[in-house]
Design a binder for this molecule. Structure first.
Ligand code: ZN
Length: 270
């Protein structure tokens, strides 16, 4: 099953496999790969693979000892399942060996990470400050309303703040605000509960649509400015400055917020 980079793609393959070793060709990633990693993981069975923000959690805890691998793809990383005999190419810095197979990390810019976390992986400091997962039940209008009461910044910036909600990149923030008919510059604290309800629903629908349309890789989900050709056809505002709004025909406007481009319809988004 040689495949690329999606958590959904690798999860069924990894789950239940026994880790037979690791191969480290370059230790210096965003943080160094621990030198005792092989001793930590060899012989453990992978109980499951989940995602949290930009991190992939490979749970290989045992009854007596919780723990797992924390993987991060950084700016340019990707993961593939390969035959254990597959020769490593440049930038392929790490393999997790799984008998006849291996999970290989390629990361040209080396901003990714491979870390061991003993104990409850969800409590690791890298994960503890992360906000809600937008596709989980806890992400509701009430949550968004409560989380934004002290936030005076424009709602678009707040929506892209990973300490509040994770994984809403620039494209999805723009599109969600359009569907919720909210001006991106509206101070977050001024949004009513009803508008937060509309926004939470729009974020959820926008992400689900992107996933269904093929933007299902972790990288598309996380680095949402990447060119996901499937979803691009359906943009309402993103990248459409000066073009007529698909709903009302008013020219779409563009501005800068926090170094990122914001697109909105001045008529639909009051
Ligand atoms: Zn419009």
């Amino acid at each position: 099953m040689p495949g690329c980079c999606t958590r959904r793609g690798i999860a069924p393959f990894l789950t239940g496999k026994i880790i037979t070793g690791v191969q480290v060709r370059e230790r210096r990633l965003r943080w160094p790969i621990p030198s005792n990693l092989a001793a930590r993981v060899t012989g453990r069975r992978i109980a499951g693979v989940t995602r949290r923000g930009k991190y992939i959690l490979v749970d290989c805890g045992t009854k007596n000892q919780a723990g797992g691998l924390l993987l991060h793809l950084g700016m340019s990383g990707s993961l593939r399942i390969l035959d254990v005999r597959a020769k490593a190419q440049p930038h392929e810095h790490f393999d997790l060996l799984l008998g006849k197979w291996l999970l290989r990390l390629r990361d040209p810019r080396r901003f990714g990470a491979v870390l061991w976390v003993g104990g409850d992986i969800a409590r690791h400091p890298l994960l503890a400050g992360l906000g809600a997962e937008p596709l989980e039940d806890a992400f509701t209008g009430s949550f968004l309303h409560a989380a934004t009461r002290t936030r005076k910044a424009g709602i678009k910036l707040v929506l892209m703040n990973a300490s509040i909600v994770v994984g809403v990149g620039n494209i999805y923030a723009n599109e969600s605000l359009f569907h919720a008919r909210i001006n991106p510059r509206t101070p977050a604290a001024r949004l009513s509960l009803a508008r937060c309800d509309a926004l939470a629903a729009a974020v959820r629908a926008t992400l689900q649509q992107a996933l269904a349309a093929g933007g299902s890789s972790l990288r598309d989900f996380v680095h949402s400015d990447g060119s996901s050709g499937y979803f691009q056809q359906q943009y309402y505002v993103y990248g459409r400055a000066g073009l007529p709004c698909r709903v009302c025909g008013t020219p779409i406007r563009q501005l800068r917020q926090g170094q990122r481009s914001t697109f909105y319809c001045p008529a639909c988004q009051k």
